[in-house]
Design a protein around this ligand. Structure first.
Ligand SMILES: Cc1ncc(COP(=O)(O)O)c(C=O)c1O
Length: 385
């Protein structure tokens, strides 16, 4: 088959030829591990185990969970029990599933404001009443949760605790603990999206929210999308047996069995062969270099009235523009400079945060990131003048 190597032929986005689109929050094609997965697939398909192609156990394959628990125990520096893991086809499906099982249309949930824009689409599908609560440099503000709890209790609070999308910030340990205490006191769940937990480039973030699953209010969602490959569509939910019961006793898993038994067997091999570990180290090195390239160029080129805090991990840098600049309008000017970004309003349930924008350093290589930052700075200066 003749495939244009410069184009992801099955991609979910399309970029005009000369544009550097810094809104793309996924790895570039050079980071997708074809060889490692060919090796892992060969390993798992020649083990004489036809069960990987049969309907799977409702919770997921125990052998996969056992290997995943070993990997997570080492990475999270927590003892992870394989029986506390449920296989998903990624965090997006995990969130949709949690909404299906725990909410009814019209129910209230709390989210951070800003939050992951595409999760807002999932919550809209379930017709949930989404209440955004403010954040500062230490994550969601606990007093704001308490104030809102005086009026209403959510079914769950959705948080991205580590290397947040879009802000890049991390919820402090003190606030994590307090959030869990509140969930127990007011009887709501916490859906913790820990997709960037293992992508630290500087220092060590607080332990994953998985640390708190004993509280029986926490669902910790993980994914292979950012540490191996998004096309695998494979992730997990780690939770207490009480909540696990709900995940494993419902029409969907009774009908189709556990999710993704075949892919989970391949990824099990990738972990066992040390390929996951190798890929993660490689990604961390590359992303750190990309982050430095983008942020150094931003510092050099942006006007003083634009600020940002360099993230210690994850995929994103979040810029604050002068109050009078509307990032959605700036985007048209940016397109004229052959550059793009995600405007702040995308990440707000009220389409607020108009003077913010998000840049991703995951997709492009260093020269394009530097050039992209230059073009963005030129577009901002033009808009300000
Ligand atoms: C915060 C956050 N959650 C979830 C996802 C999607 O995860 P998955 O590919 O596992 O569905 C992303 C991808 O950008 C993300 O940034």
């Amino acid at each position: 088959m003749d495939i244009d190597k410069n184009k992801i032929v099955t991609s979910n986005f399309d970029i005009p030829a000369d544009r550097i689109d810094l809104s793309i929050g996924q790895p570039g094609t050079s980071l997708l591990p074809l060889e490692a997965l060919a090796q892992a697939a060969e390993h798992c398909l020649t083990r004489d185990n036809p069960y990987i192609l049969a309907y799977g156990a409702e919770q997921g394959n125990w052998y996969f969970h056992n290997v995943l628990a070993g990997f997570l125990s080492e990475k999270y520096k927590l003892s992870v029990d394989p029986d506390h893991l449920f296989t998903t086809t990624g965090i997006s499906q995990g969130l949709d599933f949690i909404c299906s099982l725990f909410t009814r249309p019209g129910d209230t949930i709390f989210v951070e404001e800003p939050t992951y824009s595409l999760a807002l689409g999932i919550f809209a599908d379930h017709r949930l009443n989404v209440v955004g609560l403010p954040m500062d440099e230490d994550g969601i503000i606990i007093e704001a949760i308490e104030e809102e709890l005086a009026y209403q209790t959510p079914v769950f609070l959705y948080t991205i605790p580590t290397f947040h999308n879009p802000t890049g910030g991390t919820l402090s340990e003190t606030r994590r603990k307090k959030m869990v205490e509140l969930s127990q006191e007011y009887n709501f769940l916490i859906a913790a999206d820990e997709v960037y937990q293992l992508l630290a480039y500087k220092g060590t973030p607080p332990r994953a929210m998985a640390k708190y699953i004993e509280a029986a209010t926490v669902l910790s969602l993980g994914s292979f999308s950012k540490i191996l490959a998004p096309g695998l569509r494979l992730g997990w939910i780690q939770t207490h047996p009480e909540l696990m019961k709900k995940l494993t006793t419902n029409g969907m898993v009774y009908s189709g069995g556990g999710l993704n038994p075949f892919t989970s067997a391949i990824v099990q091999s990738a972990i066992e062969l040390g390929l996951q570990e190798k890929q993660l180290s490689h990604l961390k090195e590359v992303y750190q270099q990309r982050k430095n390239a983008l942020n150094t160029s931003l510092r050099k080129n942006l006007p003083d009235s634009v600020s940002f805090i360099e993230p210690d991990g994850g995929f994103f840098t979040w810029l604050q523009l002068p109050q009078r600049v509307d990032a959605e309008k700036l985007l048209s000017e940016a397109h004229r400079h052959d550059v793009a970004f995600a405007p702040g309003s995308f990440f707000s349930p009220r389409q607020d945060l108009k003077n913010y924008l998000r840049l991703s350093f995951a997709y492009y290589e260093e020269p394009e990131l530097k050039e992209g930052a230059k073009r963005l700075a030129a577009a901002i200066k033009r808009q300000l003048s």
